[in-house]
Design a protein. Structure first.
Length: 601
């Protein structure tokens, strides 16, 4: 066990670290006499109030009052413990870390945890190297390499991000690591193997994405399924060296570019990040299998003035975008939303249209307020007074998240123009928004009796209830279906609740029940879980139900397209009309093809 870092090591680190050079990596400093000044990296400001005194090795911000020495700076900026900061600075300064003595009580526990973190980081780095070799240098990894190359990702990008392949033989990794003298006890704690079957690798026959910490050390993995059944993507669980909500994929690659651009692109997933980086947009990062968190926003906050959001355009993606907008605005960061054409992902755009097209999409990203206003008409019946009220209430959280009174007033004015409302009435409802929201969303009353939610048992609702009773199956359902595929409103609502729990990494029965605002729905969910009525042949029932729902959804979409095609065929006169008609016919042919496919029968 490592002991306490020696005082001599700490002194050498302090003496050899240039505080100006260190802090200059995080914010631009300008010399004024013997002092250096810049904008504080700990809070957003336009006028420099952050002072660095190289003769004393100290810094101080007259705005937020953060101050200290080089170790304090690294602890606060990189969110490291004191010991981790010393090790971090020692590596930069070329100082050997020497340990002496031993920790006692809590200090001893901290030392053991830090030591275990280092050991697991070393293990994951070694495994990442092995996975990379399997991908690039073995016949078994050819399928994974062909897949990534077919997606337009170059070998240079594969090398830069150390992509890998986990072999289909699920016992291979254990045998390999045992041959490197790792103990069973250590491997059992590593998160690389099944808890129930310790000899079985958690990842198998997957394209592997190493996840690194701020210093570029491998701390976890994400894996994409290449063939067979199972979730499309799986990620490492919480580990001593890795917390999902506090880590961003590719942050160590993007950090310098983020500082330079004073902006960051938050993407949906791994492939999006690779595409953006390959196209020269190297300030792209991604949350890891969860909705964006405030801790992740705070990682980039010291460096950025602008956040770009590049999430999916489906219902779940729109909800993730809204949550991200509110988080960033609460951190006083401006936001723009990237709208990729036709719902295509960045990799597809890169392959079909080139890096210039992807750059143009970023450059033409919409201001977040404009994006949210554009959604109001699609999500609310704004031609009615009640619809306008609901639309305004939906927009109020954005206004509330803004830090500037001028911004709030400007966006309330824009809201009034969009909905044709009186500004004074809107201001009044905004001030009393909690009361107004309760009034709009409270149950409708007729003759003094609250109308119950109209729940009708049908195939769609039974399918979602079966998944609620068997939550492990939600991965498959969300892969094949989206909220738009459900015709029954109650089934759709329950599916959205499951998706919210999934994005919050809390797919638990208690979490689902907590999100059911209607008592009848809550009772229905509780009964489905407790009764065991969905226990028989649940895998087959769920798979058959998913295919049935998907097929019905496609049939409804096909009918809508046929009606549009018939109408447009009678009225098409211009080139644009003809082009739209061709697009509708092409879309219908795609649906016809999918309906003929056995997977939706």
């Amino acid at each position: 066990m490592k002991g306490r870092i020696s005082s001599d090591t700490i002194q050498q680190v302090m003496e050899r670290t240039d505080v100006t050079a260190l802090i200059g990596e995080y914010t631009r400093l300008e010399r004024r006499g013997d002092e250096w000044w810049g904008c504080c990296p700990f809070h957003n400001e336009k006028t420099p109030s952050f002072k660095v005194d190289p003769s004393k090795g100290l810094y101080y911000c007259f705005g937020c009052h953060e101050g200290g020495n080089t170790v304090d700076f690294v602890c606060n900026m990189e969110k490291l413990s004191y010991r981790e900061a010393i090790v971090f600075l020692a590596k930069l300064a070329g100082v050997e870390v020497v340990y002496s003595g031993a920790y006692q009580s809590q200090s001893q526990e901290n030392s053991q945890r830090d030591s275990l973190r280092d050991q697991f980081t070393d293990l994951y780095t070694r495994v990442a190297g092995s996975y990379h070799y399997c991908l690039t240098s073995t016949p078994e990894g050819k399928q994974a390499l062909d897949y990534i190359l077919d997606r337009g990702i170059t070998l240079e990008t594969v090398q830069k991000f150390q992509l890998g392949y986990s072999p289909a033989n699920r016992r291979w990794l254990r045998v390999f690591l045992k041959g490197k003298n790792y103990s069973d006890e250590f491997l059992d704690q590593s998160g690389l193997f099944s808890k129930k079957y310790p000899n079985i690798s958690f990842f198998s026959h997957r394209l592997m994405f190493p996840i690194c910490d701020r210093q570029g050390r491998v701390v976890a993995f994400g894996g994409r399924l290449l063939a067979g059944e199972g979730p499309k993507y799986i990620n490492s669980g919480e580990l001593v060296q890795y917390q999902k909500g506090k880590t961003l994929y590719a942050f160590h690659h993007a950090r310098q570019s983020i500082r330079k651009e004073k902006a960051v692109i938050f993407c949906e997933g791994y492939m999006d990040v690779l595409a953006y980086h390959q196209c020269g947009l190297t300030h792209a990062v991604a949350p890891l299998g969860t909705a964006l968190t405030m801790d992740q926003v705070k990682l980039v906050q010291p460096f950025v003035e602008q956040v770009y959001l590049s999430f999916d355009t489906d219902q779940a993606g729109r909800e993730a975008t809204l949550k991200a907008i509110l988080l960033c605005r609460q951190a006083d960061i401006a936001v723009r939303v990237i709208a990729l054409e036709g719902g295509k992902d960045p990799a597809e755009i890169m392959v079909n249209s080139g890096s210039k097209a992807l750059t143009e999409f970023v450059n033409s990203a919409r201001i977040d307020g404009d994006y949210l206003l554009s959604l109001l008409a699609t999500e609310h019946q704004i031609e009615t007074p009640e619809g306008k009220t609901k639309a305004a209430l939906a927009f109020f959280p954005y206004v509330d998240a803004l830090k500037s009174d001028i911004q709030r007033e400007s966006w309330l004015t824009r809201l009034c123009q969009e909905l044709d409302l009186n500004i004074e009435a809107v201001r009044k409802d905004f001030i009393h928004r909690e009361t107004a929201e309760k009034r709009v969303h409270e149950p409708k009353v007729a003759g003094g009796v609250v109308k119950p939610l109209q729940i009708r048992m049908n195939a769609e609702l039974r399918a979602v209830l079966a998944v609620v009773a068997n939550l492990d199956a939600y991965e498959q359902m969300r892969t094949d279906l989206s909220p738009e595929d459900f015709e029954d409103p109650v089934a759709r609502e329950l599916f959205i609740i499951l998706e919210e729990c999934y994005r919050e990494e809390s797919v638990l029965h208690g979490s689902v029940l907590a999100k059911c605002s209607d008592e009848q729905l809550k009772s229905l969910v509780a009964r489905a879980v407790a009764s065991g009525e969905y226990a028989d042949n649940q895998d087959k029932v769920i798979k058959d139900s998913i295919r049935h729902i998907r097929r019905n959804s496609l049939e409804r979409k096909r009918i809508r397209l046929l009606n549009k095609i018939r109408q447009l065929s009678l009225t098409a006169t211009t080139y644009e009309d003809q082009r739209l008609l061709e697009e509708l016919i092409s879309e219908k042919m795609s649906i016809d093809f999918e309906l003929d496919n056995k997977d939706v029968h």
